[in-house]
Write a protein of this length. Structure first.
Lengths: 469, 253, 438
């Protein structure tokens, strides 16, 4: 545990601290119908949600683990030992002053209020199962932009929520999406009215504080016609001895001409199983861009996708993964073309350090009777040590008329001669290594918002320390 | 004692093969020395061993910068102690721009906690690039990636100019250069000559020495210096060829 | 076979008949076949979740209608022999019809005197029993068709064995022509090539149909390349479109050896091919190339693996598919580089050309890299002929069909240029032309 100061450097251990648990609401250990009822009762939910949860629980219980293609490490998750709902309060506070002291201090140590003042249009801070704080700048709210925790969103705007909820990612999409659908709590709800362009990012911060806990936030973002929004999420947890589970479902809807940019810097501690389903529907002429950086967690399985449903829609996934010892970053992208002249672009860069393993899985589908669709996929892997590992498993299906798909992947390393060259100029071996690694991801990070590319660069530098020799 | 780069009875092995044999040479600060010799005689090995390349093992002897031994220092420590090597084959480092690379190298020379004055740094960088006729657009290009042979060598001299070493070793800087590039590179080096720099120019051909006129010329053969003289030795060598050196070396043995 | 209870009985009976028909074979061969049949019978058909069968249509893999114990010889032997001349020269050649040798061109005496063995499998089982025992089906099957490899072992009776002793180099190709002629028949072509140190040889295999009968063809080719040896294998598969075809290829490349495996794929309604390059010796180089031209409702399903388990090895894979009408291709390739296999260069490229709106190309190019000092890459593209290209040729007065054909040859040229034998190259081009025009 690091000592408490309010000005901690951004680093891998930044989130490695915890406070005593003082939860008013606790669904106990293990998962059954009673757990679901408890969550629904506490939240005072309508019957349709309760039924939705129960159907999802059944799907989760019936679906096998996807270990026929995915890692066997999934078998190490003991669903009976996890706590599925922990909360201090149901409703998020709109002022930091009203947030309980330990929770407030947690987010201050992570620099959230400071960032809010500096460059954000709105912030939501989730502590275990519920948002502790949620606020949107008045100027943005005045335009009709809704930004709040999902729990609040469901109560205050059921008409919008219900229309889109579960429509992008069906409950039965995969085992972990079903799990989320059964016990979801927290996450962000965003609605941007037609033509409104939110100039500064909205940010959510997800914090796990409790041991043996599972966080299952549910995020739903709807950008109405011609609107634009950027959403950023960050996450941390203390390093516990036992496994922690994070299984989110994120659904995005880009109406005609809308633009959504969704940025993730995933920096979970190395005991977290991070099994996340993220997908967007892109209507005519809209653009959805996922920027996905995975630095932390024990195992991440996440393949952000875009269903390109309207003509000339565009989907992008730009991702960076860094896998160190005992980490497996199993990430990728799905691009499902479902209308003419849709385009998609996937650029993935992974770095494997020590015994780390990074895996790219991709799916690109262009079905018959579509015209003029294009996909470009590039996957580059950098291997640092001789026992580092990388895998690439894309799947591409193309039919139709004047469609074009190209996929390229390469594997490279930082050579001893490159390191010697840089050292001869006076750089230490570690500096030389982190400079090369940052060089490897440079053309991608350039496309990120400034604040995130700086944070990412520092995270990479810290990860590269001690990786050589 | 005059400040100098001093190489004393140096022996260097690559694997189990001895390349440098009891090699001694002193280059006083402010002087430029040239080492000439046929291919495979150990010139580049000497350069890399002095810089501390891990494949080259110094089995005995010493190398000192202004009286301080450097052979137990790491590669980067030797660099910061004032030794610069202009590589025969400069490495390409994808994604790392020239500006960021040299900046990182300059930062490594500052005391902990101190940061480079960025505007002053860029001003200096641009001036020196202009002098070497390197297009300013190159600052954002990845170091050496996709550069022509001439561009790579000019980029090496730019780094030399930016890092202000005490001693520079130029390893076959003329190889792969046409006459115009050779002139630019030589002018760049000549501009840095003066009381604060000692240089060792390694070359196979006399041509380079028309432009970088050395104070002394040494001829190397089979891992050791077999003949030293002034700049006229280079001309003599050019006309008589390396067979002449072989004879000298064999007669001496 | 779960849904084919009756078939289980009949194939067991057929296997019994097959075993009874074997006369003077060694005991180990009988045991080997019995074990293979048991393995076949105990193994399930490919399932929906099998990653090795992703995107594949598993509905037409049923073997129920085929007969495995039929003992017929084509009535038209001389015509088959006449048509079995794809190469300009040959060092030896066998024509096999429905698993029976119908013509045998033995290797010349100067080669056999040096120890070269060129033998039909049916003879080799008796005459080179020890050699076969060491090498027959010894390369492992690991790309999904294990069950079909077992049925091959259970019923195989013919094919070719080529053994090249140390230091012997043979320029002219050894040829094997495998014909299917009878309705609902089955054939099991087998090619086994063993090259000792610094030996060199090339083999051409053709799989062909006489008539439009429905047939199950299940072939296996194994190449063993010893230290410093050089092997070149070319398969031309032009079975009719009522054929269900399997082809299981593997090679083991020893130290400093060079292996080249080329496939020209034109036929079969449903064709599944698996090719495993096992690069086991340092300094070895393996090329794996394939071209397929598919039309109608053909499904061309190709799975490949490049396994590097020694340092300083290289492999290069290029699979090109051109798809007309409602045809479908699946390319699934994986490069695996073991931890010890440093300084490996491995490349994998799949290019698909869609010649109709209803054709479908699936591409699964994969990498699994556990060594860091490697150069590995894969690339996959799927596209159509660009309208501008066609327009350009039309503007020069070239008719559309010819223009498309020219582009198609251009597309396949990267594969075809590796065929050294001029006559074979011509034959292949003619087959492509015939198919393209059909």
């Amino acid at each position: 545990m690091t000592t408490a100061t309010h000005n901690i450097e951004i680093d891998r251990d930044k989130g490695d601290f915890k406070y005593a648990e003082t939860h008013k609401f606790d669904a106990g250990v293990g998962l059954n119908e009673g757990t679901v009822d408890y969550i629904s009762d506490v939240k005072g939910e309508d019957d349709w949600i309760r039924d939705f949860r129960k159907r999802a629980l059944k799907v989760f219980q019936d679906k096998p683990m996807p270990t026929h293609w995915a890692t066997k490490d999934l078998e190490n998750i003991d669903f009976n030992k996890i706590r599925y709902y922990l909360a201090g309060d149901q409703r998020a506070k709109k002022s930091w002053d009203d947030v309980p002291d330990e929770v407030k201090e947690t987010f201050e140590r992570l620099g959230i209020p400071e960032n809010e003042r500096k460059f954000l249009a709105g912030v939501e801070a989730q502590f275990d199962s519920e948002a502790a704080y949620s606020n949107i700048k008045e100027a943005v709210a005045k335009d009709g932009v809704i930004f709040m925790g999902s729990t609040d969103g469901l109560m205050e705007h059921p008409e919008i929520f219900k229309k889109w909820f579960g429509k992008v990612i069906p409950t039965a999409d995969n085992k972990y999406a079903a799990l989320n659908s059964a016990v979801f709590s927290g996450g962000s709800f965003i609605y941007v009215p037609p033509g409104v362009k939110v100039s500064h990012p909205l940010q959510a911060y997800f914090r796990i504080n409790a041991e043996n806990f599972g966080q299952f936030e549910r995020t739903l973002i709807i950008a109405d016609e011609g609107s634009e929004v950027t959403y950023m999420e960050g996450c941390t947890a203390p390093k516990f001895d036992t496994a922690t589970l994070h299984s989110a479902v994120v659904e995005l809807v880009a109406m005609p001409g809308a633009k959504i940019e969704y940025i993730t810097v995933q920096n979970w501690s190395s005991n977290v199983f991070n099994l996340v389903t993220k997908r967007a529907i892109a209507h005519e002429g809209s653009v959805v861009k996922w920027i996905d950086c995975n630095i932390g967690s024990r195992l991440t399985m996440k393949y952000p996708g875009v269903i390109l449903k309207g003509r000339k829609a565009r989907g992008e996934v730009l991702s960076i993964a860094l896998a160190n010892d005992d980490q497996h970053q199993d990430t990728g992208a799905k691009m499902i073309h479902a209308a003419d002249d849709t385009t998609s672009n996937v650029i993935s860069k992974s770095i494997s350090v020590g015994k780390g393993r990074s895996t790219y899985r991709g799916q690109v589908r262009i079905p018959k009777h579509l015209k003029g669709c294009k996909n470009n996929t590039e996957c580059d892997a950098l291997l640092i040590n001789s026992d580092s590992r990388t895998d690439t498993y894309p799947a591409i299906t193309v039919r139709g008329d004047q469609n074009y798909v190209q996929h390229e992947a390469s594997v490279s390393k930082v050579s001893a001669e490159q390191i010697f060259y840089m050292q001869q100029r006076g750089l230490s071996e570690a500096d030389a290594m982190s400079l090369s690694v940052n060089g490897f991801v440079n053309d991608l990070t350039r496309q990120f918002p400034m604040e995130y590319s700086v944070e990412l660069k520092r995270l990479i530098e810290l990860e590269m320390e001690g990786s050589v020799g | 004692m005059r400040a100098s780069l001093e190489i004393k009875n140096l022996n260097v092995m690559i694997g189990d093969k001895q390349i440098i044999k009891d090699f001694s040479l002193t280059i006083p600060k402010s002087e430029v020395h040239a080492i000439m010799g046929p291919n495979g005689t150990g010139k580049s090995t000497l350069a890399k061993a002095l810089a501390g390349h891990p494949d080259y093992e110094i089995t005995s002897g010493d190398a000192l910068i202004d009286g301080e031994s450097i052979i137990n220092l790491e590669v980067d420590e030797r660099s910061r102690a004032g030794l610069f090597l202009a590589f025969q084959y400069p490495m390409e480092i994808p994604g790392v721009s020239i500006a960021n690379f040299i900046r990182a190298a300059r930062n490594a020379r500052l005391p902990e906690g101190e940061d480079l004055d960025a505007p002053a740094y860029y001003k200096e960088l641009y001036e020196k690039m202009d002098r070497l006729k390197i297009d300013r657009k190159f600052t954002s290009r990845s170091i050496n990636e996709g550069f022509s042979g001439g561009e790579k060598k000019r980029c090496e001299i730019l780094q030399l100019a930016m890092l202000n070493p005490k001693y520079a070793i130029l390893d076959e800087t003329d190889s792969g250069l046409d006459i115009d590039a050779l002139k630019i590179v030589s002018e760049g080096v000549n501009a840095l000559r003066g009381p604060e720099l000692g240089a060792l120019v390694i070359t196979h051909y006399q041509r380079l020495l028309d432009y970088i006129v050395p104070d002394k010329v040494h001829v190397m053969y089979d891992g050791r210096i077999v003949k030293s003289g002034d700049k006229s030795l280079a001309l003599e060598l050019e006309s008589k060829g390396y067979d002449w050196i072989k004879e000298i070396a064999e007669n001496a043995a | 076979m779960e849904a084919e209870a009756g078939f289980d009985e009949s194939i067991r009976y057929a296997f019994q008949n097959h075993m009874d028909s074997l006369n003077t074979v060694p005991k180990w061969w009988r045991e080997f076949k019995t074990n293979a049949f048991d393995s076949y019978a105990n193994m399930p058909m490919p399932r929906r979740n099998d990653e090795n069968w992703r995107f594949a249509n598993r509905n037409n893999l049923s073997l129920g209608k085929f007969q495995f114990d039929r003992d017929t010889v084509s009535p038209n032997v001389s015509s088959l022999v006449e048509k079995s001349r794809f190469t300009g020269t040959q060092a030896g050649g066998f024509v096999i019809a429905d698993n029976k040798i119908v013509q045998a061109n033995r290797a010349p005496k100067e080669l056999t005197d040096q120890g070269v063995i060129w033998s039909p499998l049916s003879e080799a089982i008796v005459e080179h029993s020890d050699l076969l025992r060491d090498y027959f089906m010894k390369q492992g099957i690991d790309l999904g068709s294990e069950k079909f490899a077992h049925i091959h072992s259970a019923f195989v009776t013919n094919g070719v064995l080529l053994y090249i002793p140390k230091g012997i180099e043979v320029e002219a190709p050894f040829c094997s022509y495998n014909w299917s002629t009878s309705e609902n028949g089955s054939m099991f072509p087998h090619t086994l090539v063993i090259a000792e140190a610094n030996a060199k040889a090339s083999v051409v295999e053709a799989q062909l149909s006489e008539g439009e009968q429905s047939v199950f063809s299940c072939g296996v080719t194994h190449l063993f390349a010893g230290v410093g040896s050089e092997l070149n294998y070319t398969l031309i598969q032009n079975l009719n479109e009522n054929t269900l075809g399997f082809q299981i290829n593997s090679n083991i490349a020893g130290k400093d050896s060079t292996v080249s495996m080329n496939s020209i794929i034109l036929g079969c309604g449903h064709y599944r091919s698996e090719t495993h390059g096992q690069i086991k010796g340092s300094g070895a180089h393996v090329d794996m190339r394939s071209m397929a031209l598919a039309n109608a409702a053909q499904e061309i399903d190709q799975r490949t693996l490049q396994t590097h388990s020694a340092p300083h090895t290289t492999s290069n894979l290029l699979f090109k598919n051109a798809l007309k009408e409602n045809s479908k291709s699946i390319f699934s390739g994986l490069i695996k580089v073991d931890e010890v296999a440093q300084q490996t260069d491995a490349y994998q490229t799949n290019r698909n050309l869609l010649l109709s709106n209803t054709a479908e190309a699936n591409s699964l190019p994969g990498l699994e890299i556990e060594a860091n000092d490697v150069k590995c890459s894969h690339g996959a593209t799927t596209s159509e002929i660009q309208e501008e290209e066609i327009f350009y040729m039309l503007a020069r007065g070239i008719p559309k069909d010819t223009a498309e054909e020219l582009i198609l040859y251009g597309f396949f040229e990267e594969i075809l240029e590796n065929i050294v034998d001029e006559k074979l190259s011509d034959c292949t081009r003619q087959l492509i032309r015939k198919k393209f025009g059909s």
